[in-house]
Design a protein around this ligand. Structure first.
Ligand code: SF4
Length: 241
């Protein structure tokens, strides 16, 4: 057993798996991956696309069932990404990552960085992280409804960068939450911290969204702003889908 799984980590069989996607070409840039959605999140973003994953409860798939499915896909997938919810809330995450690596898959994580200490513990088991940066740290509670969440995300970013694990930062945007000044400041803040790969993801319309999150008009964010932000990074991408 890997040292990172030997202490304070629940057995993989106890993981609360909300669902999974067998093949995805867009959840880990440049890799074909399965995506496993772990249930539970301590934050309450008004625009959450997976409200059914906020509570830590079991979905229809257990880890033994999913393990069997993944074993059949050896050689067909590059890796497995753990997403959520917030996968760091799952005590069995270290055991899951260790098992997935032992099967020969690369390991990825989608996280908002809500638990820096847990992130630090699983970093040795990760090949890539997509870190969600919601806004400037001081503005986080307006999105997550949780005091101190911005500081947690900031600490997680620092730990991730110190680890040497490959990563990207991404921000989910909506005009209600992000004006031009905020977006400019956020890009500069990330660039100052040495982030080289950054993506904007436009909030997708959905029936679960409150009315405040109206569909985003074409042409937002302005092309000139996109160009300004892109200059800060080695790789910058706008994802609209
Ligand atoms: S951090 Fe992610 S999963 Fe948690 S409430 Fe916000 S959008 Fe939803």
């Amino acid at each position: 057993m890997n040292a990172a799984t030997s202490t304070n980590s629940a057995p993989a069989e106890r993981a609360r798996i909300g669902g999974w996607q067998p093949f995805s070409a867009c959840d880990w840039p440049g890799r074909l991956a399965a995506v496993v959605f772990l249930a539970g999140c301590p934050w309450r973003c008004g625009y959450c696309h997976n409200p059914g994953l906020l509570q830590r409860r079991h979905g229809q798939t257990s880890w033994p069932q999913l393990r069997e499915q993944l074993q059949r896909r050896r050689g067909l997938l590059d890796g497995v990404v753990f997403s959520g919810g917030e996968p760091l809330t799952e005590p069995a995450l270290p055991a899951l990552l260790a098992e997935v690596r032992a099967m020969g898959f690369a390991t990825g994580l989608h996280s908002g960085g809500s638990h820096p200490e847990r992130l630090q513990r699983v970093l040795p088991l990760l090949d890539w992280v997509g870190l969600d940066i919601k806004t400037l740290p001081v503005q986080y509670p307006a999105i997550t409804a949780v005091a101190g969440s911005g500081e947690r995300a900031e600490t997680s970013l620092a730990l991730l960068q110190a680890s040497g694990v490959d990563y990207e930062c991404r921000s989910t945007l909506h005009p209600t939450l992000h004006d031009e000044h905020t977006l400019t400041q956020l890009a500069a803040w990330l660039a100052q911290r040495g982030v080289r790969r950054y993506a904007w993801q436009l909030l997708r319309p959905g029936p679960q969204l409150p009315q405040a999150f109206a569909p985003i008009a074409a042409g937002w964010p302005a092309p000139a702003l996109q160009a300004t932000v892109a200059r800060h990074f080695a790789h910058f991408e706008l994802r609209t889908g």
